[in-house]
Design a protein around this ligand. Structure first.
Ligand code: DGL
Length: 207
């Protein structure tokens, strides 16, 4: 492995491509490997131990291909497995993903902020620590969205079924004005135009 080796990305499926897309703009000179574990998707509804095992297998696969660093392009796998992977591979930079709560609070101090993510992301300690950190600065409302990533995996990025699904998830939380919605799952940026139709033009969407 040397400086010209690729940076390895993994996710439970296609979602991490949204992270890769952003990284390509920042670091166009790097080479990249992407592993989307669509076969085992979704991760967010699996037991924690299983997500750890799948994350370990994904990291191992990328390292075998010569990756010099690992980007966990998945909030769920980061919550479940980042600490474990850092311990297991102390010499490899392991970069995780977390819901963009910090920029949301900075841009909307005192505001009402919804965090859409998988049930696992919202249940794990990592999110509670993040929530704790910003709890005094804004009203933070977690919105578990199990099942939403499946639309992306199917390539269904708009349409009535998706809108109906989003309405059911978001309706209980949008009766009171919302300042920002944080997309806390790397699959959701692919759905942002439909999410925008549901939350309206005044709400900022951050990923
Ligand atoms: N893309 C993933 C995330 O960022 C997870 C979706 C899933 O596998 O449930 O959380």
């Amino acid at each position: 492995m040397d400086r010209t080796s690729p940076v390895g990305f993994f996710d439970s499926g296609l979602g991490g491509i949204s992270v890769l897309r952003g990284t390509l703009n920042l670091l166009p000179g790097e080479d990249y490997l992407y592993f989307g574990d669509s076969f085992h998707a979704p991760y967010g509804t699996r037991p924690l131990e299983e997500v750890r095992e799948l994350s370990q297998a994904a990291a191992e696969h990328l390292l075998e291909q010569g990756a010099k660093a690992i980007v966990i392009a998945c909030n769920t796998a980061t919550s479940a497995a980042a600490a474990m992977l850092r311990e297991r591979y102390p010499e490899i930079p392991i970069i995780g993903t977390e819901p963009a709560l910090k920029p949301a609070v900075e841009r909307h101090p005192g505001g009402r902020i919804l965090v859409m993510a998988t049930a696992m992301t919202l249940k794990e300690q990592k999110f509670f620590d993040l929530w704790d950190h910003f709890r005094e600065q804004a009203e933070i409302v977690p919105v578990p969205c199990s099942g939403l990533m499946d639309f992306v995996e199917r390539g269904e990025l708009r349409g009535d079924r998706l809108e109906q699904f989003l309405l059911e998830k978001l309706d209980p939380f949008t009766k009171v004005p919302v300042d920002a919605v944080v997309l806390g799952c790397t699959h959701y940026p692919f759905l942002s135009s439909t999410i925008r139709r549901i939350v309206g033009r005044k709400t900022e969407i951050l990923d």
